[in-house]
Ligand binder design. Structure first.
Ligand SMILES: Cc1cc2nc3c(=O)[nH]c(=O)nc-3n(C[C@H](O)[C@H](O)[C@H](O)COP(=O)(O)O)c2cc1C
Length: 358
């Protein structure tokens, strides 16, 4: 029924659909529901401690016996630069005045740590069937341990060069993340956001360049998008934004409103929220300070300066400083339980694929 079964044979799910890991806006409930619907459930671990990640995996394992994907960031950690941080605080000074906040109040550092030895030990202990990485792959000694634990390794490429690098360095499947995608660009061999290809251009070129199965990501939110991804040679899809409005996500109420109102032209790529380029629905700080600012501290330190403003605005029901990560097809997302949505996506894709075959 699916024109390419290579991903299904690799990850052993019912459908070739990966529910995208989305750090900060989801936890166990979305993983469980997506897995119950037949997708690969992905637990984002980039903002979790080892203990929290273990706790969440245990909850998922108790509720569902499907394969599980644990997702990690593997950026190069950069120390916060006090000068840059101070300049950033100054840039945000007007907002502090507006919310009656003292910019001198110490703030907890933003918590997005790269995959390290401690997380690697956890992976060895829990043995998730799949481990996916964003921003490349971890150093080879850690990667070897992940593979020795029996995990299938997946990572995102945003250009063909990255896809070839990932295959050469051990990825078992590659997510081709087009520029339409919500959240952080997975880019790691390039810094040029303007050159990032869209999904339609990227997927067939990655398919031509590598032998491992390719998972299309970015702007895929219904059966048409899934069928198109297969037509381009993908063996599966990774879908994020379409799951954001599911009741099982942890998107806060005012952000749900912003996502529900978003249109095809509501998102931009910005670096002001975290210091790394990411696509989201434009909010006030993105519009007024960015969307790209040369003053933004390196990832993830830009988020540290924004944290008190985010908290103060959210208390008032505003998302002026909240990451509204979402892709260009966010409007196609539906407010329905994630298991039901997964089955609807797969059913619609199969119907369209069989019409196309006929
Ligand atoms: C809210 C949000 C958070 C995301 N967080 C992560 C993450 O933690 N790890 C990751 O590998 N990808 C993350 N992504 C990117 C997704 O893996 C995927 O590339 C993207 O959602 C696909 O595009 P779409 O949103 O148009 O479906 C995130 C995406 C969104 C929308």
């Amino acid at each position: 029924m699916w024109p390419d079964r290579r991903l299904l044979d690799l990850i052993k799910t019912e459908f070739p659909i990966v529910q995208a890991p989305m750090a900060g806006v989801m936890d166990t409930d979305l993983v469980i529901a997506a897995a119950q619907g037949g997708a690969l459930g992905s637990l984002p671990c980039a903002m979790l401690s080892v203990e929290k990640a273990r706790e969440q995996v245990n909850i998922i394992r108790q509720r569902v016996s499907a394969p599980l994907n644990m997702n990690f960031f593997c950026h190069e950690a950069v120390e916060a630069d006090p000068l840059r941080e101070a300049g950033w605080k100054q840039r945000l000074g007007g907002y502090h005045d507006e919310f009656g906040l003292d910019p001198a109040t110490p703030v907890k550092a933003a918590n997005r740590s790269p995959f390290d030895a401690a997380m690697c030990e956890l992976v060895e202990e829990l043995k998730p069937e799949i481990v996916s990485f964003h921003f490349g792959l971890p150093e080879s000694s850690l990667l070897e341990r992940v593979k020795a634990a029996g995990c299938i390794v997946i990572s995102s490429a945003t250009i063909v060069r990255e896809a070839i690098w990932l295959e050469e360095n051990g990825a078992d499947a590659i997510i081709a993340q087009g520029a339409e995608a919500g959240g952080h660009r997975g880019m790691f061999l390039t810094e040029n956001v303007d050159e990032q290809p869209g999904t339609f251009a990227l997927v067939p070129q990655v398919v031509d360049a590598v032998k491992v199965p390719v998972i299309a990501a970015g702007g895929i939110a219904d059966g048409r998008g899934i069928a198109a991804a297969f037509a381009l040679g993908a063996a599966g899809v990774q879908i994020g934004s379409a799951y954001l409005r599911c009741p099982e996500s942890r998107v806060i109420a005012p952000a749900r409103v912003a996502l529900a109102q978003a249109r095809d032209d509501s998102t931009v790529i910005t670096n002001v929220m975290t210091g790394r380029p990411a696509r989201g629905v434009a909010n006030r700080v993105m519009r007024e300070v960015g969307p790209i600012s040369q003053h933004a501290p390196a990832f993830p330190h830009a988020a540290t300066g924004l944290a008190p403003l985010k908290a103060a605005a959210e208390k008032l029901g505003r998302v002026d400083f909240t990451n509204l990560w979402a892709g260009q097809a966010v409007r196609l997302g539906r407010e329905m339980p994630a298991a039901e949505l997964t089955r609807a996506l797969a059913g619609a894709a199969l119907a369209r694929l069989s019409r196309m075959a006929g």
